[in-house]
Design a protein around this ligand. Structure first.
Ligand code: N01
Length: 495
């Protein structure tokens, strides 16, 4: 049995959340922590997604930490390499390298009678800590639909987030299943080199256009030469997105102009009325995450791209068969079919007080206090936990708000010398607020999406503005959390 490493804090995951949390820990002087990362590199989704055209549809000045602006202010929308490099250099600049343990997949965590967490990894390493923080994100476990005949297909098939770079696209027949953000970004790139790209759409996405990837010379000069400009521009897009995009989730005033702009974008990009009709969504804008893209529609109009809207019934050795019996030949199938987003923390086995399994507590759908703490799981924190995905703004920003709160909670627990847990009354009032706020959004009655579980519980998005999240998590955790006594933990392990 290997030795147990004793720490103040264990952080799991080295994407935006883990890096941001690590920087905040160092800022307040907490240094006895490690960030355990399953992969051989940091970066989270920006490491995992390497499909052609992978980029960010949120502007770089906002899709970044407030304390670490991009050094290249000319990039308006970063591609995945820009973001990966940004995260790597931020980690180095902020002194996080020595806190990182790569190739260390966490398999289990349990809260012990001593009021500390024991974290186990598949490498056999074990860690104990007073506080445990999950920063594993929501969109990292690929969803691949169970299509009949999957094993018969003789070509190459892989998920968009597991791109197989040994496979050549040039001159080949590529099938892309799905029309979400990932598919929209990759199809224009695949269409340039492939003989044919067949796009299988189940539900059309609402697509909004966005400004060009790079700034023009004047904007560039301003951003490069006026020191306060970065901060001003960041604030402008933060408030702009929050004011304009947030009301869309409640079918508020901006849902109308957003719909008009999306429809106009479709009309201007797709001249063929029949193709346009098949691309027109029949649900309210915002029920699924809106796609922000300028090239997808135009790519669908190319002679070597076909949009198929008949449901796929099976895979055969040479392609995909649809409900109209037509067989679409394919050399390569790309599953741009999204992620198992509502299965937070799976497949890690997490046991809290009294040995309670988190997966059992969440069997009917995950919930957490501001997406960052769970009753019965003392001094266990999360970034990007249930209902804290921003559908209208920047998720690194939400994670920064959460990191601020979590690190204050960790300090509180260290001061008390005890684990702390969200009080039943705080959780109760939060849950009531959440239920009311969620009922006011379009999601509970909306179409299926990764925002919900299969049974329809909305577990992923935050149902209010980013400003509300900031305001509501500004208070000190001491207001809502209470210490866990030895009597509270004496039955641990009984499950
Ligand atoms: O996945 P998705 P994604 N048969 O879940 C379809 C973020 N992101 O990887 O709508 C046929 O959105 C499914 O159809 P339907 C962003 O938050 C950000 O594209 O369920 N089709 C849908 O069309 C995004 O929301 C950036 O009917 C099937 C598609 O697959 C999230 O990642 C860039 C099917 C899945 O769409 C996920 O995006 C990229 C089946 N059996 C991604 N099963 C940025 O730029 C599923 N589908 C920040």
């Amino acid at each position: 049995m290997t030795e147990v490493t004793d720490l103040d804090v264990v952080v799991v995951g080295a994407g935006f959340g883990g890096i941001g949390l690590g920087v905040e820990l160092l800022r307040v002087g907490i240094t006895r922590f490690l960030i355990l990362e399953k992969a051989s590199e940091l970066g989270g989704v920006w490491r995992d997604n390497t499909y052609p055209g992978c980029a960010c549809d949120v502007p770089s000045h906002l899709y970044s930490f407030s304390f670490a602006p991009y050094t290249d202010s000319t990039i308006r929308y970063p591609d995945r390499r820009d973001i990966q490099e940004y995260l790597r250099s931020t980690a180095i600049k902020c002194g996080l390298q020595r806190h990182l343990r790569l190739n260390t997949p966490v398999t289990a965590a349990s809260f012990g009678e001593d009021g500390r967490w024991l974290v186990t990894t598949s490498t056999g390493d074990r860690y104990t800590a007073g506080s445990l923080v999950w920063t594993v994100g929501q969109l990292h476990r690929p969803h691949i639909p169970a299509l009949a005949g999957r094993e018969l297909f003789q070509g190459r098939a892989f998920h968009s987030a597991r791109w197989d770079h040994t496979v050549s696209i040039t001159g080949r027949n590529i099938a892309v299943i799905g029309t979400g953000s990932s598919a929209a970004q990759m199809v224009p790139h695949l269409a340039r080199d492939a003989a044919k790209v067949t796009v299988f759409q189940r539900t059309p996405a609402w697509v909004l256009p966005k400004p060009a990837r790079r700034f023009g010379p004047v904007a560039r000069w301003v951003l490069e030469h006026i020191p306060a400009m970065h901060a001003i521009y960041r604030k402008a897009i933060y408030y702009g997105a929050d004011l304009v995009l947030s009301p869309v989730m409640t079918a508020g005033w901006t849902a109308h102009p957003a719909r008009w702009v999306a429809r106009a974008h479709l009309r201007l990009s797709v001249p063929d009325p029949q193709l346009r009709a098949r691309l027109t969504p029949r649900y309210r804008i915002g029920e699924k995450r809106i796609v922000l893209d300028n090239d997808f529609y135009r790519a669908l109009c190319r002679p070597n791209v076909e949009l198929v809207t008949e449901p796929i019934t099976e895979l055969t050795s040479s392609g995909l068969r649809c409900a109209d019996s037509r067989l679409h030949p394919a050399d390569v199938i790309v599953f741009a079919t999204g992620f198992r987003a509502s299965e937070f923390l799976a497949p890690i086995e997490v046991r809290g007080r009294d040995g309670v399994l988190l997966s059992q507590q969440w069997a009917k759908g995950a919930s957490a206090f501001y997406g960052l703490a769970v009753p019965g799981f003392p001094s266990m924190w999360m970034l990007a936990g249930p209902n804290s995905f921003s559908a209208s703004g920047s998720n690194p920003t939400i994670k920064e708000f959460q990191a601020r709160y979590v690190v204050r909670g960790i300090q509180q627990s260290m001061r008390l010398g005890a684990a702390i847990e969200v009080s039943p009354s705080a959780m109760h009032s939060y849950q009531q607020w959440m239920d009311d706020a969620m009922a006011g959004t379009i999601w509970p009655t909306g179409v299926d999406s990764w925002y919900k579980t299969a049974s329809g519980k909305v577990t992923n998005p935050w149902p209010a503005t980013n400003r509300a999240f900031d305001r509501m998590t500004k208070h000190h955790p001491a207001t809502d959390f209470e210490p866990v006594t030895a009597a509270d933990t004496s039955c641990t392990g009984a499950a």
